[in-house]
Design a protein around this ligand. Structure first.
Ligand SMILES: [Zn+2]
Length: 354
């Protein structure tokens, strides 16, 4: 397969592109762009995006942010395509765009965070946002065009976060202590986040549970991020840590099943990863809602450290779940609203096999 220099289908800068042809009409591009990073995009997604320039720019913003956060590449499919037909947990255009900042202050916070990520960490360093050779550097700070770049850096300057120097199309900024402190706060508390991370383990029996959790989180107004780690690559723990950092709260399920040995590996039993993820979230000051299946295997294996936590014990009840005499979805939804407050968004699965 040949790599050619052609225009990035999102930002239209020169990029390295490898074309994978599927049929006479369908293909996929493997793009490596200096701003949007590495990503795969299907011909259906490209034609859906073609007439909508602002959607393309917004996708560039989100991909640039993904790259600056050190995330693994994304596969973008059209809204009319089915995720189940692709490997590597693809995301539809509209699904990705749901992460776009919902207000000016949120967009400015995320612009500042990207500027901090562009820095090598040296204090007093001049960080280049835009120069003659890469005038589209503005994509990295959520600006729609070069003109808006000036508006954004001036906004951040007026808040005391940075200083700005401009010569023609060259814009450089220096982060001030207040800017670094604000960035650090944003990384820590994610108070504006509308996502819930679910720490749970998957096996054949957990489908109904995952669906009920998803329904409860959605009902409470949040996006549900459940990672099926069985189907992911080695980057999964980095991804999990990032998702926890960005989430408003975490739901951790401490259900245990009897251990079994297969090829000298022990499976089942206590899921240590759940303790790790719940503890990490707690340490970041996040609300952690604890659930566990109401059975002896789980109750006897729970570590005494978590015995004091207010746990929602659930049971299977045909095709659904209940908590005592209550319906699980309702019960968990009320717990979320009581401890975290209601969210304001729709739900989605993240990286889960359909
Ligand atoms: Zn690009």
């Amino acid at each position: 397969m040949d790599i050619t220099r052609q225009k990035c289908p999102l930002c239209e800068c020169n990029a390295n592109v490898e074309k994978h042809v599927w049929s006479s009409r369908e293909f996929e591009l493997d793009v490596s762009c200096r701003f949007c990073g590495s990503f795969l995009i299907t011909s259906t997604a490209i034609s859906e995006l073609k007439p909508n320039e602002s959607k393309r720019i917004q996708l560039s913003h989100l991909l640039a942010e993904v790259i600056l956060k050190g995330r693994s590449p994304i596969t973008i499919i059209g809204n009319s395509q089915k995720e189940g037909n692709f490997k590597d947990s693809p995301r539809t255009v509209d699904d990705i765009l749901r992460d776009y900042p919902k207000s000016i202050p949120e967009r400015m916070d995320r612009a500042l965070s990207n500027i901090a990520r562009l820095s090598s960490g040296k204090l007093g360093e001049e960080i280049c946002i835009s120069n003659l050779l890469s005038a589209k550097g503005y994509l990295q700070i959520f600006a729609m065009d070069f003109r808006e770049t000036i508006g954004i850096v001036e906004y951040l300057k007026n808040l005391g976060f940075l200083s700005v120097s401009q010569e023609g199309t060259s814009i450089k900024v220096i982060m001030h202590p207040k800017g670094w402190m604000h960035f650090s706060d944003l990384e820590k508390n994610s108070q504006n986040s509308n996502t819930a991370f679910v720490a749970m383990w998957f096996d054949d029996s957990t489908d109904i549970f995952a669906e009920c959790i998803h329904a409860a989180v959605q009902k409470a107004g949040y996006e549900c991020k459940i990672v099926n780690r069985i189907h992911h690559n080695n980057y999964i723990m980095d991804e999990v840590i990032n998702l926890i950092k960005e989430s408003r709260f975490v739901i951790a399920d401490f259900t245990c099943i009897p251990e079994f040995i297969d090829n000298e590996n022990i499976y089942g039993g206590v899921r240590g990863g759940i303790y790790y993820e719940a503890g990490f979230a707690k340490g970041l000051g996040k609300n952690v809602i604890v659930t566990c299946r109401d059975d002896d295997d789980s109750k006897r294996r729970r570590h005494f450290d978590i015995n004091q936590l207010n746990t929602i014990f659930w049971q299977y009840d045909n095709e659904t779940l209940r908590v005592g005499k209550f319906e699980f979805i309702e019960f968990l939804c009320e717990r979320i609203k009581a401890t975290v407050g209601a969210g304001n968004n729709v739900a989605m699965f993240y990286g889960r096999e359909k």
